[in-house]
Write a protein that binds this ligand. Structure first.
Ligand code: HMG
Ligand code: MG
Length: 302
């Protein structure tokens, strides 16, 4: 069957903002998310119920959710690291959460203060509560193409962790190149190895653009059969436990890429560029998206 569409998961309001030096108020984050939804994005990560001491930028995620429309066709998901976060997500009426672990022990210790096995054990009650409440759970594996602390990561370690998340009940597992170290050949090998152990339709790709390889890596993932891509408006962010990592691949870049390839993303490039200008202005930063810059050069400031 030929591919006609891809699904974008917008992570700028979480993965992006969690790493910006300036913390935005929940009202501003909610306004950004509403603008992204107005631009056609249908799956948006709205925040994280994590320790505010560890990631102060995500404090007030409950307030963000309160300010979002609850009855539309947009999925607003949140990150939860443990049962406590899951309880907060349920209290806020979330219909989807994401759990997160890594293929690297060193990274997991620094990110969530436990081993990979301990993190998976923490997810058991989260998945049980999700099942009981009809909440969908997405899983993340970080450091799939390299770790900032321990270097290269064996593909088998990624496959093992991704498969475990899937078997535990995650409907989709997002493969995160947390430090943006990968290149297309590595992506191809990784996706084909994972796809031997779980359905490729249950995999998503999550690339950071540290070395400028993220769009090339998305094409490699697409060729490997992946149809779901995480991205961040204006290329916001990075990862607080991954020194030197820059933001996710920009949503604008993926819209231009995929629409140009004849694949429907459902999103309006001009609307996303405008949402990016809104958040960049609040953060006092320049966009990291080449496509956003080119769009503004042609159409004027958003
Ligand atoms: P800990 O210190 O080991 O755990 O942290 P703890 O149970 O001892 O709790 C410490 C404090 O946090 C306590 O409060 C708890 O009550 C509180 P205190 O007594 O100190 O006042 N606490 C919580 N507060 C709010 N929400 C919760 C929660 N749980 C405990 N859910 C913990 C363990 C997991 C909590 C901590 O390490 C943490 O929050 N880490 C978050 C790290 C994070 O958000 N990283 C970024 C997301 S991952 C990522 O970006 C990668 C990804 O994008 C994919 C990729 O690119 O690879 C997904
Ligand atoms: Mg990330």
């Amino acid at each position: 069957m030929s591919v006609t569409a891809v699904r974008l998961v917008e992570v700028g309001a979480r993965d992006g903002l969690q790493n910006e030096a300036r913390t935005l108020a929940p009202e501003v984050r909610a306004e950004l998310i509403r603008r992204l939804a107005d631009a056609g994005l249908r799956h948006i990560e709205a925040g994280a119920f994590v320790s505010p001491r560890w990631v102060p930028q995500m404090a007030g995620t409950d307030t963000v959710l309160e300010k979002l429309p609850g009855d539309g066709d947009v999925t607003f998901s949140v990150l939860v690291p443990n049962e406590r976060g899951m309880a907060m997500a349920l209290e806020s009426g979330c219909r989807e959460v994401a759990v997160f672990t890594a293929a690297s022990e060193a990274f997991n210790q620094r990110n969530i203060n436990c081993s990979i096995d301990e993190s998976l054990a923490r997810f058991e009650p989260v998945l049980a509560a999700a099942k009981e409440n009809g909440v969908a759970v997405r899983g993340y594996v970080s450091c799939v193409l390299g770790c900032p602390y321990s270097g290269p990561i064996p593909i088998a370690d990624v496959v093992r962790t991704a498969t475990r998340l899937y078997q535990m009940g995650c409907y989709e597992v997002s493969l995160g190149d947390t430090i943006g170290a990968g290149v297309p050949t590595g992506v191809r090998d990784l996706v084909s190895a994972c796809a031997m152990e779980m359905p490729v339709a249950r995999l998503a790709a999550h690339f950071h653009d540290t070395w400028g390889m993220a769009t090339a890596n998305c094409v490699a993932a697409l060729e490997g059969g992946i149809r779901v891509f995480d991205s961040s408006v204006s290329g916001l962010g990075g990862c607080p436990y991954s020194p030197g990592a820059t933001g996710n691949v920009a949503t604008e870049d993926l819209i231009y890429l995929f629409e140009g390839m004849g694949l429907d993303t459902g999103a309006d490039l001009g609307g996303v560029v405008a949402a990016g200008a809104f958040v960049d202005q609040r953060l006092g930063r320049e966009t990291a998206s080449r496509v956003a810059r080119a769009w503004r050069a042609r159409h004027g400031a958003a």
